[in-house]
Design a protein around this ligand. Structure first.
Ligand code: GDP
Ligand code: MG
Length: 180
């Protein structure tokens, strides 16, 4: 048989949101299939690589975690540079982290756009859904919120129970590949 060359894609993906919403836990769950109640908050930027077989192509997601800078609610342009997609995470048990989502999205969009002037594909993650669904089921119309604020979609996730994280990543990859 003819050896086939798989097309490879490397995408920088940002994981942002307030302190304690579960960014590191989501990445650990997705990349290493592990979960723990306390991760040491390392200061700086951490990377994890997730490799996906996508049809006949290979997708490498370079996930950028942040630690320590969340409290400022914004990041530098240098950090955002060349990212192709983003997850913005909030904690369903803490409404203030949901209120911060808009601020994170505005910070991202103000500092990074694609060559065509569009903002990068961003998926909203309502994490810790194992703790309750009040915030996402009642009161807040999440689909409309996503439309209003330019998210390509949203998922209730649980890093603890391993819920919807890979589905969310697949949606993000689908959108990145469509806009690349
Ligand atoms: P980060 O600051 O955004 O990186 O948040 P961490 O990943 O460090 O998580 C903060 C705390 O929330 C830790 O104690 C985690 O174990 C906990 N946590 C993270 N994800 C979940 C989840 O899906 N469900 C529950 N119940 N706790 C979670
Ligand atoms: Mg963290």
């Amino acid at each position: 048989s003819t050896p086939s060359l798989r097309t490879e894609h490397l995408y920088k993906v940002l994981v942002i949101g307030d302190l304690g919403v579960g960014k590191t836990s989501i990445i650990r769950r997705y990349v290493h299939q592990t979960y723990s109640n306390n991760y040491r908050a390392t200061i700086g930027v951490d990377f994890a690589l997730k490799v996906l077989n996508w049809d006949h192509e290979t997708v490498r997601l370079q996930l950028w975690d942040i630690a320590g800078q969340e409290r400022f609610g914004n990041m530098t342009r240098v950090y955002y540079r060349e990212a192709m997609g983003a997850f913005i995470v909030f904690d369903v048990t803490r409404p203030t982290t949901f209120e911060a989502v808009v601020k994170w999205k505005e910070d991202l969009d103000s500092k990074l756009m694609l060559g065509n002037g569009q903002s990068i594909a961003t998926v909203l993650l309502a994490n810790k859904c194992d703790q309750g669904r009040e915030l996402t089921n009642n009161g807040i119309k999440m689909d409309q919120f996503c439309k209003d604020h330019g998210f390509v979609g949203w998922f209730e996730t649980s890093a603890k129970d391993n819920l919807n994280i890979s589905d969310a990543a697949n949606l993000l990859v689908k959108h990145i590949m469509a806009t690349e």
